[in-house]
Design a protein around this ligand. Structure first.
Ligand SMILES: Cc1cc2nc3c(=O)[nH]c(=O)nc-3n(C[C@H](O)[C@H](O)[C@H](O)COP(=O)(O)OP(=O)(O)OC[C@H]3O[C@@H](n4cnc5c(N)ncnc54)[C@H](O)[C@@H]3O)c2cc1C
Length: 451
C-alpha cells in the first residue's frame, strides 16, 4: 500500500515557499491535494450582504483554478469540494487510507475551530494532522518573545524583530506531484453555487488594477512592479496616492490567499536592492509587510477580542450607534462628503480601495458617524478583494480606537486629508462624475464635516 498524505490547501494557494505541501510530496508516495469551499464562508449576514462578496469570491475561484493548473503541470491535480472540511477530509482520509493530513495553520477563531474539528474527526480514524505556519515574513517560533508577550506598540515589535529575528529562506516548489490513480476531479463551482442567484461581478473600467487570482498572476505582478516598471524605488513617495495601478504594490489580494509568500517578496526586494537600488522605498515595502505580520500576531495574542465591539482594548466606555440609515449611506457612497463617497464607490464597484482611503472611511464611520465599527469591518470583509482576517479586523480596531494605536483619539480630518492627498480633486472626480464640472475648491468645501 503506497503511503498517502492529504494536503489541504487553505489560504496558502501556491506551490512556491509552501513548506507543508513540499514536505507532503517528499514524505508520501502519493499526495491528495484538496481545496474545500467552506459553505459557511458564503452565508448571508444579517447586515444584508454575504460574508464573502462577489469580487472576493471571483478572485478566490481564479486562484483555485490556477492552483489546479499549476499542479497539473507537475503531474498532479486538485480535488475540489464544497461543504464542511471537517466531514470531507475525514471521509477522504478513510476512503483513501491516508496516513496523515498536512495543512497550513491559521490564527483566528473560525479558522482554528475548523482545524480542531478536522483534527477531532481524524483522530477516530487514527490519522494525524500536521499544521505548518506559512503566512508571515517572520515565523512565530523565531520571534524574540512569546506571542503572549507581543508588544502592544508596533514600533517596539518591529525594532525587536529587526534586531533579533531572522527571516527564513523560501522553500522550493516540489519537482513533481504524484496523485493516486482513480481520483475524481470535480470541476470548479460556478459563482452562483457559492452565492445564490449571483453572476460573476463586472468590475468598473475605472478600477486601479484588473486583479486576477492565482500564483501565476501574483508572480507576474511582482515582476511587473519591481523589474518591468521599476516602481519599487519610488514606493515610499507614491504609496499614499489614490489613482492608478502603480502607486502601491497591490500585492495584498494575492498575499491574503497565499498566492504569493511574503518571504518570496522579501527575497525579491533583496535581489532588487543588489541589482538596482537600495533606498528608503525598498525598505518601506518590507516595513509594510512587518505591519502585516504584526496584525497576524495580534490576532494570535488576542483571539476573539479582535472581533468584539469592545476591541482588544476591552473598551466598555465608548458608545456606538446602530443607525442603518447612516451605515447604508456610507456603504453606498452617499454621505455627501465627496472624499468618503469616492472611496466607498471605488470599493463597491471594484473590491479595492487604497490604504489612505481605508483609513479615512473607517475613521469617518467610527469617529464622525459613531456607527458600530464592527459593521464597517464586516462590510470590508465582504467587499474587499484582499480581505485578510487579521489585517482587516486589526486595522479596524486600530482606527476605531479600540486597538493598539498608541495615540489616544486619533482623528482623520477629512477636509485636510482630501486637500493633502487629492489636491486637484482628480480622485474625487474620477469616482463621482456628478462633480466633474464643479470647481475644485467647491468640491473640497463639501469635505467639511457638519457636526
Ligand atoms: C480599515 C482598514 C482595513 C484594512 N483591511 C485590510 C485587509 O483586509 N487586507 C489587507 O491585506 N490589508 C488591509 N488593510 C491594510 C492596507 O490598507 C492594505 O494592505 C493595502 O492598502 C493594500 O494595498 P497594496 O498591496 O498596494 O499595499 P502596499 O502599500 O503596496 O503594501 C505592501 C503590503 O504590505 C501590507 N500592508 C500594507 N499596509 C498594511 C497595513 N496597514 N496593515 C497590514 N498590512 C499592510 C499588505 O500586505 C500590502 O500588500 C486595511 C487597512 C485599513 C485602514
Amino acid at each position: 500500500m503506497p503511503k498517502r498524505i492529504i494536503y489541504w490547501f487553505r489560504n496558502d494557494l501556491r506551490l512556491h515557499d509552501n513548506e507543508g505541501f513540499l514536505k507532503a510530496t517528499q514524505d508520501a508516495d502519493e499526495v491528495l491535494p484538496v481545496y474545500i469551499f467552506d459553505t459557511r464562508q458564503f452565508r448571508d449576514l444579517s447586515l444584508g450582504f454575504p460574508k464573502t462578496g462577489l469580487f472576493r469570491t471571483q478572485f478566490l475561484l481564479e486562484a483555485v483554478q490556477n492552483l489546479r493548473d499549476n499542479l497539473r503541470k507537475k503531474g498532479g491535480n486538485l480535488l475540489i469540494f464544497k461543504g464542511k472540511p471537517e466531514s470531507i477530509i475525514a471521509n477522504l482520509a478513510r476512503e483513501w487510507q491516508a496516513e496523515a493530513v498536512f495543512t497550513s495553520k491559521e490564527a483566528t477563531q473560525e479558522e482554528t475551530e475548523v482545524e480542531s474539528a478536522v483534527s477531532k474527526n481524524l483522530k477516530i480514524h487514527n490519522v494525524d494532522i500536521e499544521l505548518f505556519w506559512t503566512a508571515t515574513l517572520y515565523h512565530p517560533r523565531d520571534l524574540p518573545f512569546w506571542v503572549s508577550r507581543l508588544p502592544d506598540v508596533f514600533t517596539e515589535f518591529r525594532k525587536s524583530v529587526e534586531r533579533q529575528s531572522k527571516i527564513r529562506a523560501t522553500y522550493p516548489e516540489p519537482a513533481t506531484v504524484t496523485v493516486p490513480a482513480g481520483l475524481t476531479f470535480e470541476k470548479l463551482p460556478e459563482i452562483y453555487e457559492l452565492i445564490l442567484f449571483s453572476q460573476p461581478p463586472i468590475s468598473d473600467p475605472r478600477r486601479a488594477l484588473s486583479f486576477k487570482g492565482g500564483e501565476t498572476e501574483a508572480l507576474r505582478r511582482l515582476d511587473d512592479y519591481f523589474w518591468q516598471k521599476d516602481q519599487l524605488r519610488y514606493y515610499k513617495e507614491t504609496r499614499n496616492e489614490l489613482l492608478g495601478a502603480d502607486y502601491s504594490s497591490k500585492f495584498s489580494a494575492w498575499l491574503a490567499l497565499g498566492c504569493i509568500s511574503p518571504r518570496r517578496i522579501y527575497e525579491e526586494v533583496k535581489r532588487y536592492e543588489a541589482n538596482r537600488i537600495s533606498n528608503d522605498s525598498t525598505y518601506w515595502l518590507v516595513f509594510e509587510l512587518i505591519w502585516r505580520d504584526y496584525f497576524r500576531f495580534v490576532g494570535l495574542k488576542y483571539g476573539t477580542r479582535l472581533f468584539k465591539v469592545t476591541g482588544i482594548k476591552n473598551d466598555f466606555k465608548t458608545r456606538w450607534n446602530h443607525r442603518q440609515d447612516l451605515f447604508q449611506q456610507w456603504v453606498n457612497g452617499q454621505t455627501g462628503v465627496p472624499f468618503i463617497d469616492a472611496n466607498m464607490r471605488e470599493l463597491q464597484l471594484t473590491g479595492f480601495m487604497s490604504n489612505r482611503g481605508r483609513q479615512n472611511v473607517a475613521s469617518f464611520l467610527t469617529k464622525d458617524l459613531g456607527v458600530d465599527w464592527t459593521w464597517g469591518a464586516a462590510y470590508f470583509e465582504s467587499q474587499l478583494i484582499d480581505y485578510d482576517v487579521c489585517s482587516n479586523w486589526g486595522n479596524w480596531n486600530y482606527v476605531a480606537g479600540v486597538g493598539n494605536d498608541p495615540r489616544e483619539n486619533r482623528y482623520f480630518n477629512i477636509h485636510t486629508q482630501a486637500t493633502r492627498y487629492d489636491q486637484q480633486a482628480l480622485y474625487m472626480k474620477h469616482w463621482l462624475p456628478e462633480l466633474a464640472d464643479l470647481p475644485t475648491d467647491k468640491i473640497h468645501a463639501k469635505n467639511h464635516i457638519q457636526k
